[in-house]
Design a protein around this ligand. Sequence first.
Ligand code: SF4
Length: 331
Amino acid sequence: MPEILDQARNQVLENGVGLDQAGVLAVLNLPDEHLPAALQLAHEVRMRWCGPEVEVEGIVSLKTGGCPEDCHFCSQSGLFASPVRSVWLDIPSLVEAAKQTAATGATEFCIVAAVRGPDARLMKQMREGVAAIRAEVDIQVAASLGMLSQEQVDELVDMGVHRYNHNLETCRSYFPNVVTTHSWEERWETLRMVRESGMEVCCGGILGLGETVEQRAEFAAQLAELDPHEVPLNFLNPRPGTPLGDRPVVEGKDALRAIAAFRLAMPRTILRYAGGREITLGDLGTRDGLLGGINAVIVGNYLTTLGRPATDDLALLTELKMPVKALSATL
Ligand code: SF4
């Protein structure tokens, strides 16, 4: 057994203390023959510190495309030749999407907008939309609206938004290679305000942007320092027309190594499979991840790409005897 896994068994599994950057790097560099042991340990850590429940979330895009930022992986940027046009969803459609999400058994409904940060129009839509959902649908509402001012943070709390997603996307040292229109530190500042407001912090990123393995470890350590309630882990699904449109997808085994390593860095977080898992891992990988440290999924479609049908994921959870986290347990 590699020394890092022995160390992790003692430190993370027994004592709940996550691996540091060097430890994460050691897991990311494990040879293939030790991958099953790393996944098994990550699974034990998840069961011990989080339990068997899986949190299910649906997402909807309130405003799609036409974003002024230049995140090089994103087809919603208005600066690239990608085919996503600016489209707004109306309130009845938003409520309908929340109902459909709740019908799958999901407890989380995340409203997402492709913006640098919300303007007055978007905040008004949010106020009306969140109120309508809360009146009609039994589900928790999360939001992802880019960078916020303190007033906007306070307004979202007032609306009853219970969790805010804002991804750091990648580690601090690599971020300027991926985004030039805003800084990693600006994202961190929004996360700090969200944390202080009492909303739950959801913060993750995308692997496969061209970062080195060392930078993947740096990213895990920076996330662990933030200590988010939830970490959505995406794998780049290269979108045509974006600057990263030609990048190769992350190798399945590297993706699984990353899942195990991120779980061992953050034993208590909700580690969510987000976009890109279908092309990186295929159907089998969904199972491997859920048995390797993942304890949350997004059902249905992602923002700009199609996901697996919700029923497939829910059937898999039943087969794995992993109950869907109930709403009453999260309130
Ligand atoms: S990731 Fe967000 S901020 Fe960046 S271009 Fe896409 S929608 Fe805009």
